[in-house]
Design a protein around this ligand. Structure first.
Ligand code: ZN
Ligand code: ZN
Length: 141
């Protein structure tokens, strides 16, 4: 699945994004899942004075607006991506690559379980951990 990435220029006008916010979105523009440190490196290429704290604050704001999603799993460092679509992940335990996937039917399942347990306002995310195709081939496993 190719998640629709966010067009920073378009969104800058629609949401009146500050230069900083637009720069963070551009850093995320290739659709990859990036750590805050990697985003900082990319943003510094155009705005050298930016700090990591500013990157975190900007990411928080972009998440509130709904333009950025966060992925973190089992205590590993958070990774961010600019996408609007709800999706799930395959995580390679070897190279740590993340692949976006859809999980049709999962929403129904999650809501059924929540209803049964009388949970409301639920959120859910599926992470399938394993060894990606490239890593499997490389190691001849
Ligand atoms: Zn891998
Ligand atoms: Zn993702």
């Amino acid at each position: 699945m190719e998640a629709k990435t966010v067009d920073a220029g378009l969104l800058q006008s629609r949401y009146r994004l500050t230069k900083q916010r637009a720069a963070v979105l551009r850093a995320l523009g290739d659709g990859k899942h990036l750590s805050a440190e990697t985003i900082l490196e990319r943003v510094r290429a155009e705005m050298p004075a930016v700090s990591l704290g500013t990157i975190y604050r900007t990411l928080d704001i972009l998440r509130e607006i709904g333009l950025v999603q966060i992925f973190s799993f089992a205590g590993s460092a958070a990774r961010y991506e600019a996408t609007l679509e709800k999706h799930h992940h395959l995580l390679c335990s070897n190279c740590r690559s993340l692949t976006n996937v859809r999980a049709d039917g999962l929403a129904d399942l999650a809501h059924d379980i929540a209803r049964r347990e009388r949970f409301s306002n639920i959120d859910f995310a599926l992470t399938i951990v394993g060894r990606c195709h490239d890593c499997t081939n490389r190691n001849g496993a």
